[in-house]
Design a protein around this ligand. Structure first.
Ligand code: ADP
Length: 260
């Protein structure tokens, strides 16, 4: 069987290393995510999961190796017969396809909910204000916050702010959505609603998800694959049923017994 080409993957990490000074966070990391797949990264704190998402958002740069998104190289461009690090403009172009929802929501506090959803589509996608507002209304309906269109983020609960952040990410029509501990800052009674919303979105769209979470029930319920990390390496890459019920590796068993 021939190797799938880069174009068959939505995300491809190839021999990626990331160091902060002398501190090696990722080293020789290889993994791929197929279009439409929901892949969850689990593992102890400090094992490099968030760094992977930040590399995809170009909030950090690889030390070496390459990252491709839907067949396009995020990290490098070809100059003659050499690969050179991509400049910001190239990275922004590739990154346009990726959205991210953060632990701390990161809404624009000085803008109303509507403007939080329309600002980037108008600026980056070139939508007219009317188009962007129509889309924003649809998305607020989807996340159950149609009545908050003129509210300021500070007037919303954490769960509502996170729903707005999810709607804001969707407003950019991403091919890939990165979720970084999106329920960690929420009061416990608000967690289930946000997770249910994400599950609905995953099931009803073609979006590819890469998710970092401590919510093991959610990971088991929605993921197509789970990658267990330790010290920047993938210890185990398996279906959720396999990984949570009969993991192959002692390190995975140890981790799961500590968190479950
Ligand atoms: P995880 O998401 O699995 O908890 P992270 O990717 O956040 O892990 O962090 C992996 C390691 O990289 C940690 O040891 C962390 O301290 C370190 N790290 C992350 N970002 C930076 C940074 N900007 N400067 C220095 N060290 C960092």
């Amino acid at each position: 069987m021939s190797e799938p080409s880069t174009e068959d993957y939505m995300i491809r990490f190839e021999d990626v290393a990331k160091r902060f000074g002398d501190h090696v966070v990722l080293d020789g990391l290889n993994f791929t995510v197929a279009p439409g797949e929901f892949v969850t990264l689990i593992g102890p704190s400090g094992s490099g999961k968030t760094t992977i998402l930040r590399l995809l958002m170009t909030l950090e740069q690889v030390t070496s190796g390459t990252i491709h998104v839907d067949g396009e190289c995020l990290t490098h461009v070809r100059r003659g017969d050499r690969l050179v690090p991509a400049d910001e403009k190239h990275q922004q172009q590739v990154r346009k396809r990726i959205g991210m929802v953060f632990q701390q929501f990161n809404l624009f506090p000085n803008m109303k909910v509507l403007q939080n959803l329309t600002e980037a589509p108008i600026r980056s996608l070139g939508l007219s204000r009317a188009e962007a507002e129509a889309r924003a209304h649809e998305l607020l309906d989807l996340v159950g916050l149609s009545d908050k269109v003129h509210a300021h983020p500070t007037q919303l609960s954490g769960g509502q702010q996170q729903r707005v952040a999810i709607a804001r990410a969707l407003a950019m029509r991403p091919d890939v959505l990165l979720l970084d501990e999106v329920t960690s800052a929420l009061d416990p009674e608000l967690v289930a609603g946000v997770l249910r919303l994400l599950k609905d979105i995953a099931e009803t769209t073609e979006i590819t998800f890469l998710c970092v979470t401590h919510e093991m029930g959610f990971a088991r319920d929605v993921s197509d694959r789970v990658l267990m990390f330790d010290h920047g390496h993938i210890v185990e890459d398996a279906s959720p049923d396999k990984l949570f019920s009969e993991p192959d590796h002692e390190r995975t068993r140890e981790f799961l017994s500590a968190v479950l």
